[in-house]
Design a protein around this ligand. Structure first.
Ligand code: SAH
Ligand code: SF4
Ligand code: F3S
Length: 472
């Protein structure tokens, strides 16, 4: 039994990152033809971790099922960013509990919630029917934990972390677009955020390993990679001999893969060199997710974001000016403790100034263990909800306005599959990351095609194929 510990998670020691290349050994097909049900919450990082989990499970002989009643293993890969997932996860687990009464079932919890001290205490006190709990730092322990499982609760979560695993196997969800981790963890410690505790200190992968992974993906005909990190532009800063994110982007561009994306960019580390690299390489997509969080300098300071509204605007305008046709989206938190109406007006003001292509908007959620959780907050939840609704109206107005500029235009779309809402259509994304539903033959799945936009909504576009002018 190893429980998470925030004091350890907070430490940022100077030890060199250790790179692990040796494969984990375990008997393949140990669980031959048993079924697993995996549910994933949270960000791209978690979605990508689930691709590792699936890789291990399928090597162990497991087969995926979408019906949890049918599963021998039920595993939840969880997110800790806001309180609401916590309630959903424990609600879900409560429903799994009764399944154990009639048959042999293994119930597991992993991901960022497993890294929370409070969550593991809650499991020990109230949810002993859970079998295995492991964290974000030891996904490769999963096969061993399953094989050794003996119907007793086993919590195995590490908090201090200085390793990068190069021995993962992935079962990727898509044959055309791939996530590629370039770094793990975060050292920014924004005062509201749990991520530096759940994901540990920043550790960059070696650029040679990243490039090797991308070249392997190109050999498999992947069309797009998204470079992943909590703070991609701080890439390399944790290691003396590593190259910068701008240099990495340039090298990735030279691999010739048709499309390159990256998330998330923190405004703090965004250099001119990065902007130039993005501007001059046609296969680096003109799409940047640049979270602002708040438009109030007072709140930005309390959040520990290290930039002002004015700094953000200068950066925003520079990117707009230099990167042709760029789309910029953002994240915004309303109701940070004691946010005043004037603070909130500053947020509306920056949205009006930037006219973002899109924004993810959230009500501040108190996260135990973070500095902001200690602030005595006088603003009511009702007021925060009002502000969120008001903000969303403004945000959505600009999403629509930006989308309307594309009406009757021809844009390049990477077709990714059959549309979920309408199976007579395919769906894909523009270079600026806008979702398009397209009338086209299924043979175009996995291809980049020209699409004429015929209808525009706030969150998606409709269109039809113009000519089969395939890039490949
Ligand atoms: N590393 C990224 C953000 C990752 S978390 C960055 O710094 O930009 C994704 C988003 O969740 C954040 O941008 C923020 O808007 C939101 N978020 C994080 N902690 C939150 C909290 N305690 N309450 C509400 N929203 C939060
Ligand atoms: Fe959280 Fe800030 Fe790190 Fe983003 S940069 S993950 S918001 S601490
Ligand atoms: Fe991602 Fe949620 Fe963890 S946003 S890093 S899965 S806390």
């Amino acid at each position: 039994m190893k429980l998470p510990n925030y004091l350890e998670a907070k430490q940022r020691n100077a030890e060199e990152t250790e790179y692990i290349y040796d494969k984990v050994e375990y008997p393949k097909n140990y669980f031959k033809n048993k079924k697993y049900f995996l549910k994933t919450y949270g960000c791209q990082m978690n979605v990508h971790d689930s691709e590792i989990i699936k890789g291990y499970l399928e090597e162990l002989g497991f087969i995926e099922t979408n019906d949890m009643n049918d599963a021998y293993l039920i595993l939840l890969n969880t997110c800790a960013i806001r309180e609401n997932v916590h309630d959903k996860v424990f609600g879900f687990l409560g429903r799994c509990k009764h399944l154990k009464q009639n048959k042999d079932v293994i119930i597991g919890l992993c991901g960022c919630m497993a890294q929370e001290e409070g969550v593991c205490k809650e499991i020990l006190n109230k949810h002993k029917y859970i079998d295995i709990v492991f964290g974000t730092h030891n996904i490769s322990d999963l096969p061993r934990m399953l094989i050794e499982h003996d119907n007793k609760l086993n919590i195995n979560v590490f908090s201090k972390e200085g390793r990068v695993f190069e021995n993962y196997i992935y079962k990727r969800d898509s044959k055309y677009t791939a996530w590629v981790n370039i770094m793990y963890g975060c050292d920014k410690f924004c005062t509201y955020c749990i991520v530096p505790y759940t994901r540990g200190k920043q550790r960059s992968r070696k650029h040679e390993d990243i490039l090797k992974e991308i070249n392997d993906l190109i050999d498999k005909n992947y069309q797009e990679v998204t470079l992943l990190g909590q703070n991609v532009n701080a890439y390399g800063k944790d290691s003396e001999n590593e190259i910068s994110f701008a240099e990495l982007l340039d090298l990735v561009s030279q691999t010739g893969i048709p499309r390159i994306r990256f998330v998330t960019s923190h405004p703090w580390d965004f250099t001119d060199e990065m902007i130039n690299v993005i501007a001059r390489n046609a296969n680096i997509m003109p799409y940047i997710h640049l979270p602002i969080q708040s438009g109030s300098n007072r709140i930005l300071k309390l959040m520990g974001r290290r930039y002002t509204k004015e700094d953000y605007l200068i950066l925003f305008n520079k990117i707009k000016e230099k990167v042709h046709n760029v789309a910029i989206t953002t994240d915004i938190i309303v109701g940070f403790p004691n946010e005043t109406n004037d603070d909130f007006k500053e947020t509306i003001d920056i949205v009006n100034k930037c006219q973002f292509d899109g924004a993810f908007t959230f009500i501040y959620s108190k996260r135990e263990g973070t500095p902001a959780a200690l602030i005595d907050d006088k603003v009511s939840q009702e007021e925060k909800e009002k502000r969120l609704a008001q903000l969303n109206l403004v945000v959505n107005k600009y999403s629509l306005l930006n989308n309307q500029k594309l009406l009757n235009q021809t844009v390049k779309v990477l077709i990714q599959g059959i549309s979920e809402k309408d199976d007579t259509k395919l769906y894909g994304y523009t270079d600026t990351m806008k979702l398009v539903n397209v009338k086209a033959d299924k043979k175009y799945i996995g291809k980049i095609i020209d699409v004429k936009i015929t209808e525009v909504k706030s969150f998606s576009l409709d269109g039809h194929i113009v000519s089969p002018s395939l890039i490949h």
